[in-house]
Design a protein around this ligand. Sequence first.
Ligand code: 5RP
Length: 231
Amino acid sequence: MDSLISQLEWSGEIINKSGKQKVGLEIASMVKDGDVLGVGSGSTVYMALLAIADRIKTERINVKAIPTSLEISMFCSKLGIPLTTLFEHTPDWLFDGADEVDPNNNLIKGRGGAMFKEKLLISASTVNYIIVDDSKKVEKLGTNFPIPVEVFPQALLHVEKGLKAIGATAVKLRPAKGKDGPIITENGNLILDCNFSEMHNELEKDIKTITGVIESGLFIGYNLNILMAAN
Ligand code: 5RP
């Protein structure tokens, strides 16, 4: 009998994306037997996982995935990709997507609200591949997306004040999708989407120093390999 997870459908976002499929295949071709992979979020990540699952089935390679979200965990389970955790393993390498990338390979992530675990895994992994297409390229971060900040709920007002003190011009509580109230992250926290008057290299650190901030979706000065998917 089918398991509950195998009944789930992930069709919408991952079909008809040939450029992403190509990069997904490229990612899958880099997987070596025995690798522990950090797995980010987004549609290109799904494409890569489909191709990796195919290699696991056909070549019987032994791979373990450390997922950055519950949704990705379930997708891996559906595809038969074994899971592990940061308690047991450090990723050999990681692949993920991004919402914006600037000319210095700095990023904004967190559209899916999983930036805390994404940053944790990117920091834990020495080799990171970030898959984007042209639409993600910006001259200046913050052009198309605000900077998401995950906040401990009781610290909401304190963090809002702190963010404004370091230059936030707009701070919005991210609403839940399709229902009333705010979005609650997998860690039980809230997300503030912020615009800043000035984008500078210390901003990620400045945000992190506010007590009550769990993490932001700003990635400045990380050693990242950017893979471009054709549109
Ligand atoms: C979520 C992210 C994703 O990686 C980002 O949204 C990319 O998604 P896609 O590959 O579908 O464009 O940062 O927190």
